[in-house]
Write a protein that binds this ligand. Structure first.
Ligand SMILES: [Zn+2]
Length: 190
């Protein structure tokens, strides 16, 4: 019979571990947590400890050979369509970035539901009406916001009056609530 050094319970150790001093794994964890070695404590990171290379230039903490090796993996400057854009905006932009304000027609297919397989074409513009770069901005929403000089109210969508997605002029656009949209989409169901 051994006595557990954590909970004090008497237990019968397995024959292969006769020297065991704790009754269970849980008790062992309790003991280990209280008896972390000093060396381990000294090498632990403190909460909020700054990184060793914070704010330092690379040459101060990296050897010359490592720098050379590393430089091969950098993104190389290439003369692409987006290069002038990158220098204009001061950030690196991928080669296929569109110029601000380009309107594109994009296809989307319904993945599930009663309209599964239905193809829809929508026009997108990559800025908002204030001129900030913003991907996936619907062109009709952009037109409405530009005309009214305010954000689209929450819970509302812009639709075309005649149902033609290509006829995008301000007279043809209409603001409806999502509840109204649901009613329209469910027409003929009940
Ligand atoms: Zn125990």
């Amino acid at each position: 019979m051994n006595k557990c050094i954590v909970c004090g319970k008497e237990f019968e150790p397995k024959p292969e571990y006769k020297e065991r001093k704790t009754c269970s794994y849980w008790c062992y964890c309790q003991w280990a947590r209280e008896h972390i070695s000093q060396g381990f404590k000294d090498n632990q990171f403190i909460k909020g400890q700054p990184s060793f290379n914070k704010g330092k230039p690379q040459k101060e903490w990296m050897s010359k050979e490592s720098q050379e090796k590393c430089s091969k993996t950098y993104i190389q400057y290439q003369n692409t369509a987006a290069s002038p854009l990158s220098s204009e905006e001061g950030v690196f932009l991928p080669y296929n970035t569109l110029r601000k304000g380009t309107v594109v027609k994009r296809k989307s297919t319904h993945r599930k539901g009663k309209n599964k397989g239905k193809v829809e074409w929508n026009y997108y513009i990559n800025i908002d009406w204030r001129g900030n770069r913003k991907p996936n901005n619907l062109y009709k929403k952009y037109l409405w916001e530009l005309h009214n000089q305010k954000d689209l109210p929450k819970g509302y969508v812009v639709v075309t009056k005649d149902g033609n997605p290509d006829n995008l002029v301000i007279e043809n656009l209409m603001l409806i609530s999502r509840a109204e949209l649901l009613r329209r989409n469910n027409r003929g169901r009940r």
